[in-house]
Structures are given as C-alpha cells and as structure tokens.
Design a protein around this ligand. Structure first.
Ligand SMILES: Cc1cc2nc3c(=O)[nH]c(=O)nc-3n(C[C@H](O)[C@H](O)[C@H](O)COP(=O)(O)O)c2cc1C
Length: 217
C-alpha cells in the first residue's frame, strides 16, 4: 500500500496530458489511468501497442505541438511535456537520481512505441530533448534493469523545422536506438516555414506517419 502511494506521488508530479478528445494545450489534464498502469503487476504491463509521446521544445504550444497533433489526430496518446518536469543534466555521480527522470523512464517502459518530439534547433534536437537523452546513460548504470527493458521497443521521431531539413538529424536517434536494441522506425518532418508549397506537404506526410504508427501492417 505504502509503495503504491509513493509511486502515485511520483507520477502526479509529471505533466501528463492526453491529446485525443481535446487537443487544446490549455486543456492539458492529468490522466489517472497512467497512474494505475504504473502500479500494475509485471504480467499486465507493456501491451503490444500503447504509444507515448515525449515532447521537448522551448515552448509548449508551438510548431512541434502542431506537428504532434497532425500525426496523432484523435488518438488518445499520452504526451509528456519535458518542460514541465525537473530533469537535470547528466551527472557522473548520479547525485540527481531523485529528480523526475527515473519516474519518467519507468513510465516509458509501460509503452511501445516511444515517440520523441522535438523541434530542429541549430540542425539538431532541442536542448531539453538532448538533456533527456543524455540521462538515458542512467539506464546503463544505476537502472540497468530499465535500460534492458527498452530492447525491442519501436522508436519514432516527430520534428518541426523552419527552413531546411538538417542533414543527419536522425542519426543520434537511430544510433541511440541501436545501442539500446530498439527498432528505429523513422521521422516525421513538419515544415513550419512560410513556403506554402512545402507547408502543403505536411498533411500528406503526417497522414502516412499516422498510418505507420497507428495502423502498422
Ligand atoms: C534556437 C532555434 C534554432 C533553430 N534552428 C533551426 C535550424 O537549424 N534549421 C531549421 O530549419 N529551423 C531552425 N529553427 C526554426 C525551428 O526549427 C522551427 O521554427 C520549429 O518549427 C520551432 O518549433 P517550436 O515552435 O516547437 O519551437 C530554429 C529555431 C530556433 C528558436
């Protein structure tokens, strides 16, 4: 009972929102089902198909959120906004082991696929997303048990960019995925610039990405 209460307290500190019936950022609400799921016995965990989006932008209501909405449409997918969490830089001495990273990593283990959403900032992922990925190093040291559970999960990326698609943008994701024995499945590039022709292509490529994630063959 005490253990369940502790896990509930951790989980409630997350900014967890569910986009589906309502997609307005102002309507972000906690979903209690995720808390129940976090305490379920091992045998009931990790349904075959149960996506989660980890979202890391310098703004919570910008173009990357728009890209997420275009991909998930009306699917009830939990979206975790990294800006709302306390996840500090990687620390070799793991002095930050009690911040929000490990509870989020534990939550991630209940889901498959894992979808990371980040804007392109200077040809790369956002700083908040990079900090989050750096912390996966904890899953090779203090929480190897969790690191092992990433194996065989699918990883997708959603990104938004303003001018040109950066070369090699996906490499850190696909290589990190390989390192953890995950399956890298690809990236949706949402164009947020002013060129109307390029902007029109967003809809079609989002549709294809949606099918890839939600209607896998
Ligand atoms: C700090 C910063 C760096 C950026 N670097 C790039 C870049 O290298 N290539 C690009 O195409 N767009 C770049 N952009 C534009 C953003 O990728 C684009 O506006 C994106 O849609 C922003 O998403 P957001 O609203 O979630 O922040 C940059 C924007 C910012 C604020």
């Amino acid at each position: 009972m005490l253990r369940i209460l502790i896990i509930l307290c951790f989980a409630m500190s997350f900014t967890v929102s569910c986009y589906g019936e309502t997609t307005s950022p102002t309507n972000m609400k906690q979903i209690d089902s995720s808390l129940v799921e976090a305490t379920a016995p091992q045998s009931q965990k990790t349904p075959a198909y149960n996506p989660i989006i980890i979202f890391g932008s310098s703004r919570s209501d910008g173009n990357t959120l728009q890209a997420i909405k275009l991909v998930i449409k009306n699917q009830p997918v939990p979206v975790i906004d990294l800006r709302g969490l306390n996840i500090s830089d990687y620390d070799y001495d793991s002095m930050n082991a009690s911040d929000d990273f490990i509870p989020l990593a534990e939550k991630m283990m209940e889901h498959n696929p894992i979808i990371l959403a980040t804007p392109v900032y200077w040809y790369s992922m956002s700083a908040v997303m990079k900090t989050f990925i750096d912390r996966w190093t904890d899953l090779l040291s203090i929480r190897k048990d969790l690191g092992r559970r990433l194996a065989n999960k699918d990883l997708y990326i959603i990104t938004s960019y303003g001018s040109s698609m950066p070369k090699g943008f996906e490499d850190p994701f696909s290589q990190t995925s390989d390192y953890f024995d995950m399956h890298y499945k690809g990236c949706f590039y949402f164009y947020s610039g002013k060129d109307t022709k390029q902007a029109r292509e967003n809809q079609l490529s989002a549709e294809k990405f949606h099918e890839q994630i939600f209607l896998p063959k």
